[in-house]
Ligand binder design. Sequence first.
Ligand code: NAP
Length: 299
Amino acid sequence: MATSKDKIGFIGLGIMGAPMAANLIKAGFSLVVFNRTKSKADSLVKSGAEFANSPAEVAKKCKFVITMLTDSPDVQQVILGESGVLEGIQENSIVIDMSTISPTITKEINGELNKKNASLLDAPVSGGSWGAIEGTLSIMVGGSENDFQNCIHLFEAMGKNIIHTGGSGMGQTTKLVNQILVAGTMNAVAEALVFAAKSGADLEKTIQAVGGGAAASWQLNTLGPKLINGDFDPGFMIKLQQKDLRLVIELAQELNVSIPGTSLVSQLFAGLLAQGLGDEGTQALVKAHEQLSNHEARI
Ligand code: NAP
């Protein structure tokens, strides 16, 4: 089991990874970190983390290695590529990938690690950059029960709702379920608020009224007020949401599952990406509905 005596590797210090790594330090763990852009590690190094020169070096020094990267090819490169984690891996190591990537590629990477008597937990998160900073992320974990229990103290330092959902790849599959729900709900909120605005309704009172009943949701109650105030700063960027919907659509095709609602939302996001809005938050989905109905939902 990972305890504060173990050195923990952390690779990928972006919006999510940097605060998650900081929470591990706060919880008493010693960190060895790597980031492609070295400067992003500066504040963690000031807090006592050691900087390694490659993912392989991180793995040589740590039996627990966390990755928090962008997409499936990035995780493949960092774990399986040149100077990657696999090159330096020790027997009985556990790699914990907390990025959101393909469940199929997750299982392939686990297979490669197994050949060296190591293993992968897939542990994607929900809760956004705020949850990463506060240490309140929801963490959905796939892999063996034994590996999950061995890493529980690490998860507890970064999150609150920590659920082992099944074998390898099942954490990523659970995260894709989460993304179907958040994208569909965001779409309903955007559509409903344009409908309310063009009907002449008071948008603040509408959110107050319906946000306290059966239609309440995090998207309505948190992102709704931002949207009507024209605040499109990202908690979660459209380009990352679209990457996750691509993963949903790929898995649905593999499984022969029909996902008409999610496909529609993905097409609306595609239109916003074409307009150069990929760095805006997902609440900017309202802009697609505003264009369709030729009416703004703003106070
Ligand atoms: P981010 O700020 O863009 O960070 C991505 C990190 O991955 C950076 O450290 C980047 O290094 C590194 N990276 C990417 N490709 C790499 C490669 N090929 N080789 C080496 N390093 C590479 O993204 P983020 O918001 O932290 O998101 C990370 C993951 O969490 C994504 O899978 C995302 O979908 C998921 N997620 C995000 C949120 C959110 O609200 N942001 C919420 C839940 C889940 P550089 O610094 O050198 O670019």
